[in-house]
Design a protein around this ligand. Structure first.
Ligand code: ATP
Ligand code: K
Ligand code: MG
Length: 716
């Protein structure tokens, strides 16, 4: 039996219909963006991170921890209020730094928990020997545990059932509830053939039924990857982060040398310092603030993407997003709604309309793309044409659509030896097909299809080669609609300095019409998957960072090559595998937010590094006079803050040094405010705010702490 190729699409919104500026549901934002309770909750984890194995990964913190051990030992040998207070606050410095990381990770852990709950063990109905055209009612099935499914198994999923594994729909069309993964309760359409064929294990089929080909091994599913990602288990340091870490380590080594060589000089001046004071000086000099917050900033950047329903598989991609120059988008399903539908059959002069409709339908019987299905539907609804019954097409061979041939069709053979070939596809390819077979193509074929294309629709030429010879019959008019509000979003990208380029396999006229309507800066038409890849490489050779959004298998090579490859969650598994980000909302203009988050990550890191280095200056002015006023009374002039006593001055500096870490945790997690502006303006503003702030703020903070603690006996 032939499959019911003309099943109607269930009535649910297509993903593209969502207005781009709709506020996304942010899953873990229910308790406010930064919840102070998290600080308390993460405390045990911060203590666990005191393990030396965890500490060595952060050279700055490791030095502080080593200093804490030294001061604690000396407090045990020469106990005093001062030595104990310094020791305790040094340990607190390390713990607060761990706390920053623990809080950043904690938010993801909670999310991972809720994902785990969604991932249930299910029983799958595996189909034995399924191939296209099998009657599902008669197909042999066996029940197996979802965990026992293998790659390329076929499973049947009915309405109300959980999809047992990631895969591609190979037969059928259904409404699917993907809220377990995307947090979005509106159902989405998943169908075979097109760019909306990918399904995710753990989501639920709401209507109809699907045959799914399994594309992931147990334990390697999308949901598993998502859990590992939000938990931070797979987080690797990005190249920029590693570079900054090396710089911080180098600074630390320099200051260790400074402090160690200071002691002989101090001794020479009869002002030899205690271990506690030397460690205190060292800790104030090294960049503890940024050392403590660096990894939290990175984790929070990934997390901010998750809040916007984007899964970034690599931190490097998030950083690259902050510097993107060019954005490439495919047309169908990305810029347009993507349900290209046949709306009319246009016969050439002298061709019977019914004959064209019949040929169009025959050529689309096994064409499982949305376009193909819509042709069958149109032929049935407008002309009452029914798909041929079982047996009638026993000797037919289907020719599947491919992005390279840009055609699909059927070859039919009759018992008397007669043969009939039917093709439909892009105008240039079909005309070529007819001419190679020796047929003549009337000028209207190209003229009319060009005029359809110029309106932004896609023309498909239909041609036959039978006993009457090769000839074009007419044109199928495929309509596609540009998504609402996309023009404004592209204008916004332009303001951010990003060039948008549409790349499509469609013809240049359709491409131009859509490009004009959507307001992209440039377009490339007639693009094969290789062309898409080559375009990205060319842009990259010029030193540019390229982002690409796409959903089709034919976009996969380009998605893999791009610096930022954002696959639509509605897309095929191949596209999702190839990209380094997946947008669960399948919104191509999400890239605007991704770029913002990338920029915000870079700015936050820069701002806090500046703050960290400048805020050490005040501590220096607190500690140096305290160390030497005994022997050089003139140094009292450096006691700008008028601190109470040498011990209170040093203690205040160390307490401030520890507290500033906790105070900046919310900023590290939330990110510095980002407004679209040139990189130069942003840099200047941040230097002013965070550089100057870092310079001035500690003077006030240390003075206040000094006023407080000078009342404590033993410190005053
Ligand atoms: N089912 C089909 N049968 C025959 N020809 C088709 C079919 N679908 C598309 N075509 C033709 O092939 C061309 C390329 O289509 P395809 O969907 O591969 O483009 P693409 O590269 O994915 O671009 P985009 O998705 O950006 O539009 C279309 O312009 C159309 O002429
Ligand atoms: K410091
Ligand atoms: Mg496509």
């Amino acid at each position: 039996m032939l499959p019911a190729a003309s099943q109607q699409a269930p009535t649910a919104p297509t993903p593209g219909e969502r207005p781009p500026d709709r506020p996304y549901r942010r899953r873990s934002q229910q308790g406010g963006f930064f919840d102070p309770v998290q600080l308390v909750k993460s405390f045990p984890e911060a203590l666990r991170k005191l393990h030396p194995r965890a500490l060595v990964k952060n050279p700055v913190l490791f030095v502080v921890a080593a200093g804490s051990v030294l001061t604690t030992l000396s407090a045990l040998i020469h106990p005093s209020v001062f030595t104990w207070v310094i020791s305790i606050w040094l340990w607190l410095t390390v713990i607060f730094a761990n706390l920053a990381e623990a809080v950043a990770e904690g938010r993801g852990k909670a999310q991972a928990e809720s994902l785990r709950r969604a991932r249930m063990d299910t029983v799958a109905l595996r189909l034995r020997h399924w191939r296209y055209g099998t009657d599902l009612a008669r197909a042999e099935t066996e029940a197996v545990a979802a965990t026992d499914l293998r790659l390329f198994d076929f499973v049947l999923v009915e309405a109300g059932e959980l999809i047992p594994s990631d895969g591609d729909v190979v037969y059928g069309i259904a409404a699917v509830d993907e809220s377990a993964v995307t947090g979005e309760s509106a159902p989405v359409i998943r169908e075979s053939g097109g760019d909306r064929s990918g399904v995710t294990g753990g989501t639920t089929v709401l209507s109809d039924r699907l045959v799914v080909r399994v594309t992931s091994r147990p334990g390697h599913s999308f949901m598993d990857r998502m859990i590992a990602l939000v938990e931070g288990a797979r987080r690797q340091k990005t190249p920029n982060e590693i570079a900054l870490n090396i710089l911080l380590a180098a600074l630390t080594i320099v200051f260790v040398l400074v402090v160690v060589t200071l002691q002989p000089m101090a001794a020479f001046a009869h002002a030899a310092q205690s271990t506690t004071v030397l460690v205190a000086l060292l800790v104030t000099l090294i960049p503890t603030t940024i050392g403590a917050l660096l990894s939290a900033i990175g984790i929070a950047g990934m997390d901010r993407l998750v809040q916007r329903n984007v899964l970034a598989m690599s931190g490097r991609a998030v950083e690259a997003a902050g510097d993107v120059n060019t954005l490439l988008l495919d047309k169908t399903g990305t810029i347009t709604l993507g349900n290209r539908e046949a709306t009319a059959f246009v016969p050439l002069p002298g061709v019977d309309e019914l004959m064209l409709a019949d040929a169009a339908q025959l050529s689309s019987l096994s064409d499982e793309t949305p376009e193909g299905r819509s042709v069958v539907v149109l032929a049935k609804e407008r002309y009452g044409l029914r798909a041929p019954a079982e047996g009638e097409l026993a000797h037919a061979q289907f020719v599947e659509f491919s992005a390279r041939t840009r055609m699909s069709g059927i070859d039919m053979r009759w018992d008397n030896g007669a043969v009939c070939h039917i093709r439909k596809g892009a105008a240039a390819q079909v005309i070529n097909w007819v001419e190679i077979r020796g047929g003549a193509v009337p000028s209207q074929a190209l003229l009319w299809s060009d005029s359809i294309a110029s309106s932004g629709a896609t023309p498909l030429l239909v041609a036959v080669h039978d006993w009457d010879g090769p000839r074009v019959l007419g044109i199928i008019h495929l309509k596609d609609v540009v998504k609402d509000g996309i023009r404004e979003r592209f204008a916004e990208l332009r303001r951010m300095g990003i060039r948008t380029v549409m790349i499509t396999g469609d013809n240049p006229l359709t491409a131009k019409a859509i490009a004009d309507e959507a307001g992209v800066d440039d377009f490339l038409a007639d693009a094969t998957p290789e062309d898409k890849l080559a375009l990205i490489k060319r842009e990259q050779e010029g030193g540019k960072l390229v982002a690409m959004t796409g959903d089709g298998t034919n976009d996969a090579p380009a998605l893999a090559q791009a610096d930022v490859g954002v696959a639509m969650n509605t897309g095929t598994s191949a596209a999702k595998e190839a990209g380094n980000m997946v947008d669960l909302d399948s919104n191509p203009t999400k890239l605007i937010e991704i770029v913002e988050i990338g920029k915000q990550l870079l700015i936050t890191r820069g701002a806090l590094t500046t703050f960290s280095i400048t805020n050490d200056v005040a501590k220096y002015f607190a500690i140096i006079p305290a160390m030497f006023t005994g022997v050089y009374p003139g140094l009292e002039a450096l006691n700008l803050m008028g601190l109470h006593s040498p011990t209170s001055a040093i203690t205040s500096a160390i307490i401030f040094n520890a507290l500033i870490i906790v105070a900046l945790i919310p900023l590290a997690l939330r990110g510095v405010r980002y407004t679209p502006a040139s990189a130069h303006d942003l840099l200047r503003r941040n230097l002013a705010v965070y550089g100057l702030g870092g310079l001035v703020f500690p003077f006030i903070g240390i003075k206040l702490i000094d006023l407080l603690i000078s009342t404590i006996p033993g410190l005053g």
